[in-house]
Design a protein around this ligand. Sequence first.
Ligand SMILES: C[S@@+](CC[C@H](N)C(=O)[O-])C[C@H]1O[C@@H](n2cnc3c(N)ncnc32)[C@H](O)[C@@H]1O
Length: 262
Amino acid sequence: MRFVTQQALTLLTAVLALQVPGFADEPPARPESNERSSRYEVRREHDPNGIGKFYMGREIAHVMGFAGADWLERSTREEEERLTLLVRSLQLKPGNVVADIGAGSGVISMLMAEQLLPEGKVLAVDVQQEMLDRLTAWCKQYDVQNVEPILGSQKKSGLKPESVDLAIMVDVYHEFEYPWEMLKDISSALKPGGRLVFVEYRKEDPAVPIKEVHKMSRAQVRKEAEQPEFGLTWAETIHILPRQHVIVFQKSTTTDAATIKP
Ligand SMILES: C[S@@+](CC[C@H](N)C(=O)[O-])C[C@H]1O[C@@H](n2cnc3c(N)ncnc32)[C@H](O)[C@@H]1O
């Protein structure tokens, strides 16, 4: 009986390999139990700054390690990226709950926190505990009390459903190892009508001095974010930063889209 089952499995695998596009040449990547194999593709030939995993035609970048925290805090960053202008353009309101996804050492979280007082707060999500420890130390040093660190995982932000008015990802989304899963999770965490903001270095502009896999085009961001499962609609692209796109999406005010299953 066991032998028959094994034979049937072998046959099924062979049939699938013939019929499902992309299945036959799927490389022997790390097994992922509940990952849809067709969503991501692993290629041998790739940019050395990327992880060799592709999503919707784009190579995913390596995660910036904790050693990069000094670069995030560099004194020239305000001049190069105009972060205060970015935060002003978001029109945050006192009482808002804002998720800073991929918060790093907390530069953006701390800029936003004061604008949310007295009731509002920043939920600072990152996958590296060292980054969150550094963020916590900065908040303590500057007596910023409304930033809450949250240790997320590669597929989950750790945010509660419908708990956030605005989620922002500054120079982060292109590093997600599981972008589809993260966007599904983050869109569920937005309140109906909540906003999701992508801040990405402009791929269309060769003068932007950043490695290629760390840049994204407007078209690529919209292609990835406007999948029906997320219930997100493009709202605006804000053209104010010297090097980055600011692309804003809004979650639908009904819950229909959030209930669509993958
Ligand atoms: C280039 S840093 C940007 C940090 C911060 N946003 C800033 O601009 O100062 C990217 C950060 O995203 C984090 N990150 C990468 N993948 C993540 C994920 N799936 N969930 C949460 N954070 C993630 C990294 O650990 C890193 O701290």
